[in-house]
Write a protein of this length. Structure first.
Length: 424
């Protein structure tokens, strides 16, 4: 349908919601588009928050998905600081926190996710930070200065990226990871060890198997005033001194609005290959959506920008009646120090991991890990290796079976490895 005299409401003005609005126009939607987000900002990119924006390399204006005036040019009604409070599926209306309501012909839920909070005493004190929004980072910047000691709880990508920025800015980060290795949920042991060595080589204190029991503060009391964070107490009884705390222990999907409206939910809002929910007039995309992955054949909720953009394009195409775009190979990236990690595919079922490292790689800053199952490449982790990443992505898309010996041999170009694999 072209959308004439019809309305699409998009709840959530992040990267998924913003991409969906833009894709609707590109697919020929001529009707009304309402893009409503809870934050006071126009749609912006989140990945730079823990990287270039936190470090001060870029300003707020470099985060925008597109210049704010472009939304008007595309005739998209952008509503900031607008939170949807309820859905009426029978009447096809969305109610907002300012008391207004709007009627939709198609609804896209792109509510994203929220941080998982730390459930220990003292975690509600001022000085315990999270990193999810522009406002979060603006508060954090005062902690990332010389002389400040920051306890970073969580050794995932957000925590490690923040640690690298803290070190760069002269602060003293302490990374506390509850599991026995860094990146335990998302990386193979070889990559975990590489990043552990990297951070320790840069002077970052990393504590593994560190269960946080309490955030220690002083001050306040009868005289009033704010309490000040002085340390983090661990389950083993140790107390590590610090001036502030950054918590990065994962995120949770914002699916409550959908669940309250009676839509099917699990680990996210359940959607089909076109991102339709259990109500054919409602779609869900991005961090809040759980979908069967075309590579694994299992239902997943992928927390990544490429996935959010891909689902946004699929939902827009379905609403407009356009052909569905070709699904993307899932991919992710992380910037830490001088290292750019690019990951393609999804680990978890591999039976073989092949390492490829150039012979002159004296600083251990250029290598790749390729993960195979029954000879078929299913994922790759590429550190400062853009050629390896691009070749792996194409082979994963074709479910190719590269020659293991060639894959491990840095003397054979990845282009040649890929060509041979795709020719089989």
């Amino acid at each position: 349908m072209s959308g004439e005299d019809q309305t699409v409401i998009i709840i959530g003005a992040g990267q998924a919601g913003g991409q969906c609005a833009a894709s609707l126009r590109r697919n020929g939607w001529t009707g009304r588009i309402i893009l409503a987000g809870s934050e006071p900002h126009p749609p912006y990119q989140r990945p730079p928050l823990s990287k270039a924006y936190l470090s001060g390399e870029i300003g707020e204006d470099r985060l925008w998905l597109q210049p704010p005036e472009t939304w008007d040019a595309q005739n998209v009604e952008l509503r900031t600081s607008a939170t949807a409070t309820s859905l009426n599926r029978e009447a096809r209306t969305v109610s907002f926190d300012d008391g207004s309501s709007e009627t939709y012909d198609a609804l896209v839920i792109a509510t994203g996710s929220r941080v998982r909070t730390l459930p220990v005493p003292g975690a509600d004190q001022d000085g315990v930070r999270y990193l999810r929004t522009i406002a979060d980072v603006d508060h954090l910047k005062g902690d990332f200065i010389p002389g400040k000691r920051i306890a970073i709880i969580g050794g995932g990508y957000i925590g490690l990226e923040a640690a690298s920025v803290a070190k760069k800015l002269g602060a003293e980060p302490i990374v506390l990871e509850a599991m026995d290795r860094l990146l335990a949920r998302v990386a193979v042991p070889e990559l975990s060890q590489f990043y552990l060595d990297t951070h320790r080589d840069h002077g970052v204190t990393v504590e593994l198997g560190a269960q946080v029991a309490e955030i220690i503060t002083k001050g306040g009391g009868l005289l009033g005033g704010k309490k000040k964070i002085t340390g983090v107490k661990l389950a083993d009884g140790r107390t590590l001194a610090c001036d502030s705390v950054l918590v990065g222990i994962g995120i949770l999907p914002n699916q409550e609005l959908a669940a309250e409206a009676g839509l099917a939910t699990g680990n996210g809002i359940e959607v089909d290959s076109q991102c339709r929910t259990s109500d054919p007039a409602i779609y869900a995309i991005g961090d809040c959506a759980e979908q069967e992955n075309w590579l694994t054949g299992t239902r997943l909720r992928l927390e990544s920008v490429p996935n959010a953009l891909d689902q946004a394009k699929h939902a827009a195409a379905a609403i407009c009646g356009s052909p569905a775009p070709k699904p993307e190979v899932p991919w992710f990236w992380s910037d830490q120090y001088h290292l750019k990690l690019q990951t393609a595919g999804l680990i978890g079922t591999q039976d073989t991991t092949i390492q490829r490292r150039p012979a002159d790689n004296t600083e251990l800053g250029h290598f790749s890990l390729f993960h195979l199952k029954d000879g078929v490449i299913i994922a790759a982790d590429c550190v400062n290796d853009a050629h390896g990443f691009m070749a792996a992505k194409m082979m994963i898309a074709q479910r190719a079976s590269p020659n293991p010996d060639d894959l491990a041999n840095p003397e054979i170009s990845m282009k040649d490895v890929m060509k041979a694999a795709l020719a089989k």
